[in-house]
Design a protein around this ligand. Structure first.
Ligand code: ADP
Ligand code: TYD
Length: 204
């Protein structure tokens, strides 16, 4: 059995973190080795870059390049080796986040992001991406009830509206890879949809 990269995407507060651990467990129940990780992060260097990215003011160019520096380390040290031994890698955020946040949210050109993506990915793409979609207002309410804001979460509703639009645009361009999850629904309903998709993926 060959490894698969599965990514979870969406604006902050959409519910990704609530589901990634459960998803990995469902794969393990089917006898699949599931590696759970996140971006920015996943290796010791990338986790240190994450701390800077979430707290330190910086230019949008530095922010974009640091996201890809963290991703390069993560891919080379963790993701590619895991895929090579046949594991499924479940990643809380990946490159669609850079298109949505640095591209849609901050205004970095998509061409620039594509250049970095082709350098760092070397052709690797997720087998499946779940896009947790919900209105920016609802996500902000969920975040406010759950935790203090980091440097990204402190952005206003207009920023998250642009991030959401960029995600939806990417989904429209890659409908077979990206599956939209209506994140306004209950956790149980979302898990039913994910469970169905796991069954589909296991048959491919
Ligand atoms: P993300 O990882 O996408 O930022 P979280 O998983 O941390 O989002 O969820 C943000 C908050 O919303 C948490 O308090 C979580 O318990 C809650 N939450 C997650 N999914 C749902 C849901 N389907 N319905 C209601 N609340 C939810
Ligand atoms: P996340 O782990 O979702 O934060 P939290 O644990 O607070 O839910 O992601 C951290 C932040 O990094 C999130 O606000 C989005 C941002 N981000 C980007 O802007 N670009 C990227 O390429 C990635 C991977 C994350």
């Amino acid at each position: 059995m060959s490894g698969r990269l599965i990514t979870f995407e969406g604006i902050d507060g959409a519910g990704k973190s609530t589901h990634v651990g459960w998803y990995a467990e469902r794969l393990r129940a089917r006898g699949i080795e599931a590696v759970l990780t996140r971006e920015p992060g996943g290796t010791s260097l990338a986790e240190r870059l994450r701390e800077l990215l979430l707290s330190e003011p910086m230019s949008i160019e530095a922010e974009t390049m640091l996201m890809f520096a963290a991703r390069n380390d993560h891919l080379e040290r963790l993701i590619r080796p895991a895929l090579a031994r046949g594991a499924w890698v479940i990643c809380d955020r990946f490159t669609d986040s850079t298109y949505a946040y640095q591209g849609g949210g901050r205004g970095v050109s998509f061409e620039r992001i594509e250049q970095l993506e082709s350098w760092v990915h070397r052709g690797l793409q997720p087998a499946r991406t779940y896009l947790f979609d919900l209105p920016a207002e609802l996500a902000a309410q969920r975040r406010a009830a759950a935790r203090d804001a980091d440097r990204f979460e402190a952005e206003d509703l207009a920023f998250f509206g642009r991030v959401r639009d960029a995600y939806l645009d990417r989904q429209a361009r890659a409908p077979s890879r990206m599956l939209t999850i209506d994140a306004r629904r209950s956790i149980a309903e979302i898990q039913n949809q994910l469970e169905e998709d796991i069954a589909n993926l296991c048959c491919i």
